[in-house]
Write a protein that binds this ligand. Structure first.
Ligand code: C2E
Ligand code: CA
Ligand code: CA
Ligand code: CA
Length: 380
């Protein structure tokens, strides 16, 4: 997958060709040539990146690349580079532009001496930008296509009845060498490119599958990212998928983290669109962001999820008790449901129940488990 092989002496690309790929050398070594293939300016070996310059500034190849030995290359698609570039600060974009110009000026023309030190310095600066990240990203792509990215579901319990009311869908990546990779890592990685759309789509398929096998009263909460909410197809296609299965959209709660709500107007638009499609919207990690409480409460959320940092110290920290009490009284007034996350023991459960929080989620009730495990428990 995305690996390419070349024999010694074979050209990978020529000067003047379109720059449609960059590469990381997995095995073997590669010569970079200028001046009509007369001069080798660089020999690169395993772990090094090349071919990125033309991709970065969308120009034709200013060098050629030739396999020095038999080589294995990992292909980097232009989107993996350009998606990030268009997402970065305009000043960084400008700086990269300047660096590239300097770098090009340093490339020796016919018969000229090259300035090796500066060239390798600039090259190493560009290289710092996370080659291992590119590799991990390519692996994530493969993992998504081969079911190595799985979805597990953590129970959300009604604090009054102590019964499971719903589940939160959480992603897990089972990596062959690195083991289980935390969603904190790979969701961030996926969010930097359009991979999050694919990962998200997988999560929705599995959630819909589970919903279709559970009673009508059970809901599923799903984490969504800004890229998904900004995509024009996202909500319509989700509605269509639910309709095809005959599932009520109000059984899905879309979780938006507080860190995504820096722009209140943007957040209001998202919530509005979700409501038009009949989905419920949940403010996740409530209390951890920088947004003012007042501003947040102006947004028409259906559910607030109190972040686990408050819950886990709720017994030992009186400030947090007051905070949770305030959230409860506000939520009741505004008719918003409350979920406390990260409940790990009985005393936390009892306290939050006494404070009349509606729902609880945490290791005390159970960790996230697979669909077959949920169905097996249900059958018991
Ligand atoms: P989150 O939405 O705040 O999810 C809750 C996290 O807290 C989960 O971590 C869960 O396993 C963990 N947790 C639950 N109960 C307890 C508890 O009692 N104690 C402790 N210490 N932790 C508990 P996880 O699964 O590692 O997910 C991390 C974050 O990654 C999630 O935080 C969510 O923001 C993000 N995420 C996970 N899956 C997806 C996904 O499919 N899409 C998107 N966009 N984000 C996801
Ligand atoms: Ca969440
Ligand atoms: Ca959360
Ligand atoms: Ca969190």
């Amino acid at each position: 997958f995305h690996l390419r092989y070349f024999q010694a002496g074979q050209f990978i690309f020529h000067e003047g060709e379109a720059s449609d790929r960059a590469y990381i050398i997995e095995k073997g070594s590669v010569d970079i040539l200028v001046a009509d293939n007369q001069e080798v300016i660089h020999s690169l070996s395993a772990g090094e990146l090349f071919g990125e310059m033309g991709v970065l500034d969308q120009s034709v190849r200013s060098t050629a690349a030739r396999a020095k030995t038999k080589v294995t290359l990992l292909e980097i698609k232009p989107g993996q580079i350009t998606d990030r570039l268009t997402d970065t600060d305009p000043i960084i974009q400008a700086l990269i532009g300047v660096l590239l110009k300097r770098l090009r000026a340093l490339l020796p023309k016919n018969g000229e001496q090259q300035n090796d030190d500066l060239l390798s310095h600039v090259a190493s600066v560009i290289e710092q930008s996370g080659l291992s990240k590119f590799r991990l990203e390519s692996e994530l792509r493969t993992a998504v296509n081969s079911e190595k990215v799985q979805t597990v579901f953590q129970p959300i319990v009604d604090l009054n009845t102590h019964k499971v009311a719903g589940f939160e869908a959480l992603s897990r990546w089972f990596h062959p060498k690195l083991g289980v990779i935390s969603p904190f890592e790979f969701i961030t990685l996926a969010e930097e490119t359009d991979m999050i759309i694919e990962v998200g789509s997988l999560v929705f398929s599995r959630a819909i599958d589970l919903l279709s096998q559970l009673p009508e009263s059970v809901f599923i909460s799903i984490n969504v990212s800004a890229k998904q909410l900004n995509s024009a197809e996202f909500l319509p296609s989700l509605s269509q998928r639910l309709k095809n299965q005959g599932i009520n959209p109000a059984r899905l709660k879309l979780e938006i983290t507080e860190t995504m709500m820096v722009d209140i107007n943007q957040a209001a638009t998202w919530i509005d669109r979700c409501h038009q499609a009949d989905f419920l919207v949940c403010a996740d990690d409530f209390g951890t962001g920088y947004s003012g409480l007042r501003q947040l409460l102006d947004l028409p959320f259906d559910v607030l999820k109190i972040d686990q940092v408050f819950i886990q110290s709720v017994l030992s920290n009186s400030v947090n008790i007051t905070l949770v009490e305030t959230m409860v009284s506000l939520a009741k007034k505004l008719n918003i449901q409350l979920v406390a996350e990260g409940i790990e023991d009985k005393s936390q459960h009892q306290l939050l129940k006494d404070m009349s929080v509606d729902y609880g989620q945490g290791y005390y009730y159970g960790k996230a488990i697979s669909i077959p495990d949920i169905l097996a428990q249900k059958a018991q």
